[in-house]
Design a protein around this ligand. Sequence first.
Ligand SMILES: Nc1ncnc2c1ncn2[C@@H]1O[C@H](COP(=O)(O)OP(=O)(O)O)[C@@H](O)[C@H]1O
Ligand SMILES: CC(C)(COP(=O)(O)O)[C@@H](O)C(=O)NCCC(=O)O
Ligand SMILES: [K+]
Length: 256
Amino acid sequence: MFLAIDAGNSNVVFALYHEKDKKWTNHFRIETKGPKLHSQLSKKVPLYFLEHGISPTSISEIGFSSVVPEINNSIIEFCQNYFGTNPYVISPKSYPKLPVKSLRPTEIGSDLMCNVMAAYSKYQKSVIIVDFGTALTFTVVDQTGKIKGINIVPGLRTAINSLFNNTAKLPAVELKMPESALGQSTVHAIQAGILYGYTGLVKGMIETIEKETQQSYQVIATGGLSSVLTPLTEVFNEIDRNLTLEGLRLITKANS
Ligand SMILES: Nc1ncnc2c1ncn2[C@@H]1O[C@H](COP(=O)(O)OP(=O)(O)O)[C@@H](O)[C@H]1O
Ligand SMILES: CC(C)(COP(=O)(O)O)[C@@H](O)C(=O)NCCC(=O)O
Ligand SMILES: [K+]
């Protein structure tokens, strides 16, 4: 079995790929930040494997993508100790072998490169990938696999947290689409502002990209918060929660 480890700014996601039936299973997340990472790795992850009856020796290959460099060594050491395997670490050195191309391979986040690899392999068409993580990103790829540009804005939870952290009276609120765009209480006002506001942001960004490049795109959404903005289902051709994991697997495979 192939193990993918995708370290984002909020969560480190683990998932298993079964080559035989071409399926992803056993997704689980731990928190990226804070002093808890070490104990989560040494306790929570082995417990998860034990509880699900998965032997660490059944993992034949590990691919690791990280946009949080300071945790890389902890993850690599954990893989060596627990699985007895060195993970393949996605880096700019992984990209020359791929059919997709970035003009700035040292700058682009490896999670975005994974998204591009998976989306291009799946569609071989021009695509916009919308990734709803800590950051909300738009990656524009042409029909030859070349990355044309990237937009980055604060993610939904990041935006809500920043309101909460920078104001005296605004509470942290649940990320839930309210029925009305007209806030009737402080909580409702924040939910309406962020959720309807971001719905417009996503629609507007796609429209602007299409207008500037004078073409239309397949729009693929991914990331932990990709299902929060419910009115966007009509804008997305697909929500693919496994996009980053699948790209991580394909990039690892292309280099092994
Ligand atoms: N299944 C889920 N349901 C609801 N929220 C989720 C789910 N998975 C992840 N999240 C939340 O979505 C946010 C973004 O997750 P993710 O896309 O993994 O971000 P990152 O890659 O920046 O770590 C996180 O705050 C996480 O808590
Ligand atoms: C844009 C990101 C912060 C997204 O991170 P995430 O929301 O997945 O935690 C990450 O891909 C990154 O650090 N990228 C480097 C800059 C770039 O991709 O252009
Ligand atoms: K991510």
